[in-house]
Ligand binder design. Sequence first.
Ligand code: NAG
Ligand code: NAG
Ligand code: NAG
Length: 974
Amino acid sequence: MKLTPISLLPFLPFLPTLVSAIFQDEVDHIDYHHQLVGLPQRETTFFHRPRRDDKASLLYTLSDVGVLGAVNPGTGAVLWRQLLATNATAGAPARGFLRAGEGEGWLVSALGGDVQAWEAIGGRAVWGVTFNEQVRDLEVMEMTEKERKDVLVLGENGPETVVRRLAGQDGRVVWEWREVGGGIPVQVSTNVEKVFVVSLKGGAAGYNLRVVVLDTLHGKRLDDLTIGAKSDVQGPEDVMFVGANSAAPIVAYTDAARQKLFVNVLGTKTRQEFPLQAGTASVEIHAPHLVQSEPHFLVHSRTATGNHADVYHTNLKTGVITKAYDLPLLPGPGAFSTSSIGANVYFTRVTDNEVIIVSSASHGVLGRWPLDETATKGSALHGVSEVIKRTSSGDSYAVRTAVVTTTDDWSLILNGELSWSRPEGITGGVAATFAEIPENESLVKSLEQEAHSNPLEAYIHRVKRHLDDLQYLPAYLNAVPQRLISSILGTEVSGKQGKLARDSFGFHKLVILATRRGMVYGLDIGNKGTILWSKRAFEIPEGDTWNVTGIQAHESTGKVTILGSNGDYVELEADTGKIIDSAAPGPEKTVQSAVVIDTASGPTLLPIGIDGHISSLPADRLPKQTVVTRGPGGELKGLVFLSNGTGTAETTSWVFSPPKGQRIVNIGTRPSHDPIASIGRVLGDRTVKYKYLNPNTIVVAAVDDKASTLTVYLVDTVSGQVLSTSKYDGVDTTKPIETAIAENWFVVTFFGEYALRDNTAQSLKGYQIVVSDLYESDAANDRGPLGDSETFSSVEAIENPEGGGLPSVVSQTFILSSPISALQVTQTRQGITSRHVLAYLPELQGIVSLPRMFLEPRRPVGRDPTAAEAEEGLIRYHPAIEIDPKSVITHERGVLGIRKIITAPAVVESTSLVFAFGIDVFGTRVTPSFLFDILGKGFNKLTLVSTVVGIAGGVLVLRPMVRRKQINGLWGAS
Ligand SMILES: *[C@@H]1O[C@H](CO)[C@@H](O)[C@H](O)[C@H]1NC(C)=O
Ligand SMILES: *[C@@H]1O[C@H](CO)[C@@H](O)[C@H](O)[C@H]1NC(C)=O
Ligand SMILES: *[C@@H]1O[C@H](CO)[C@@H](O)[C@H](O)[C@H]1NC(C)=O
């Protein structure tokens, strides 16, 4: 068969998907991925040998975002990761537990009620059990009567405390011990013979420390000890350490004033008291976790400006604790870590300018390395270390320490040298925006000046400026040959190395990302998403979240504004991260959200008060559009602002309350850049269906929990009128519901019932995406009641609802094989390129780009498309959308915990920039209608140029010959 263009037409719809696959050599060229584990936690990070006979150990951590990961300490590369917490990015940090048995090939983790064992080398799950209780502590029993190591789990379920011993190899419960009303369980600990359950008993005035002693074989209660005076302890957070597995495990706590430290050797009745350094703000205790180690421990106390340590020894026979020596007060927070070799215990101290190791036995410094402060950027906060003793040439020591710093980095210091640093702080992203690379500032200023002066002055200024510019001409001319060559060889796209500059395609931009820990990052997305700068905006206390309500990049000034919920804001420079202005979070939540509005002085980020009110605004910051806010009862309000000359007055123009029983779960708003290339759709029969293009529309999804229904409203934001309503039954309202709107269509995704079309009696449940197109009229070639009128008023539509203005809605439901979240629509410069719906697939850990062509409500149902429909690109409707691996833009990468996807147009029409954040950070460029305006990397410009040159040469040579021949011919003919 001859392949004519017409015979290829039916295949046209499939073409974009066929070509959306990218070439292998484009991976890592157009996309980038920061594969992260999150900020390691003090108690859940350690070095561990994954195989008993291996010398090499790996670095394991269960981070504050709930990722369990293994990192190669030599290179800093992630070997494997598991996401344990499904929603840790959104809420408070995950309080998980991670332990490993010495010489065992598995790790055990606990988070919430889940206890799981993992293969240490490959990260595969070995076993897992889920309990009703919340796990409060987890320990590995290093020595048991059996040849294996077992796991102790302490759980809390309301007033009940549960301790279980699980078999190490399969998670079977060996015994369990329960008690009701025994107080707040704090920790569980063990030595060779006994299990100790530490809890707090008491009430609001204070607590007593209570230790229940159980036998290891059957979990029988042996003893019940109350330690110290009543109201010794203020709360669980004051109990700072309960060692386990050492020959003499201890429990330690401080008094409320942090003047005294109380230590109890578990199993004894007495507590011993030690003074703390004056001005101590916090205390940490470091001790070995091994039975064979010496019973020594170190008390690390921090004051407001410095840190200090005391080392104590425990007498195993008498249980008496004595102070051995102390380490001097040094500036900075400091980090201590413990490492043991056989019975010997070593403490590693990392301060801002040095790393030292000491033996627990005496205060002599065994090794000292100066530390380059600039290498680690921040101060070390906590760390883990591994000390190696070389006996060959006298006694010399080497130490590697993985520290978490004040800049939220995780760095490995090998003998005082920074060996790698992982930017784990970019996990926990809460808001991000694209920003243009600022243009030459002086030019912007000059242009502004010219705009504000009289024409003659402006002209003189301009001539002067051009004369000034002449000095750059030689350099420019010099660079021309090089630019020509690089353009022929196709080396241009990645831009000039080392210098931040825009490129002609618009791919080179910045992304500014704010994290919940109070850090702000600037990423250079034209250069593989490298981190250009990072800045701490605010000190956010551990466990708290920076509640960012809005972020906006100002193109004209190159500044970025970030607004928070507690009246806080930061303004910084996009290219350097220099903080220009900031205000720290206040004690109370005052801002509900922030929106970008159009004002006389350009787009501005406007904070909306907690009850949906906006404080009075200066006249030049008056919003030009209606601002939609949430009222105190959750209703939507449309606010308009009127200026009365001196000030502005806020007027509520409409209120939209969903019917009783419904609550709004999601609101979809249009992207700020939503250009419309064509106002109609040409159908196969050459008629036109006109799109309903009302820029003032939002989609509101409201659920009724009792009735399990979802209602989707399309609301006009000028009039508050509901333009369309659709209701879905059998919806699981606890599962995420999301919406997105663009051009003349919107999508909504949820988990609910759907009826099979061929067998209506049967209904199934599944993840669905419903797409709705809006047209001006049901009929083609009809512009509805509005006709050809140039203007239209949302308000008139209310006054005359019969007369129309209401869109004609065509909807279709598609069933997805897995849930999707973080819906976003691609954006291109002029909106000519077809749009794709981007979504995160939490189960597959990828981002999918669903072509609008598949999500097409007009696809013919139950029959093949007619010739006209096929010409239009419609394919037969099929309810299920299989996630095609080719449409997964993250390809084979596992991208964890994406919370939000943002898109921005490039300069070239074909391309939309995509950036996704949450735990991992991923970015790429997508070309929904194929790359039609740029030559691919594979295009051989050299051949083209040489062909052109060759032809030109040929023409030059042949032209005289041909002319001569023609002239001769003319003469000969006559
Ligand atoms: C999500 O986090 C909240 C607390 O922030 C918790 O109550 C809830 O159970 C978590 N949901 C899942 C599915 O883990
Ligand atoms: C963020 O919001 C939560 C809940 O309202 C609040 O407890 C917390 O203090 C806020 N964080 C900051 C830094 O303001
Ligand atoms: C204009 O509005 C402001 C703010 O609402 C108010 O304080 C002022 O009195 C008003 N002026 C006039 C002339 O109404």
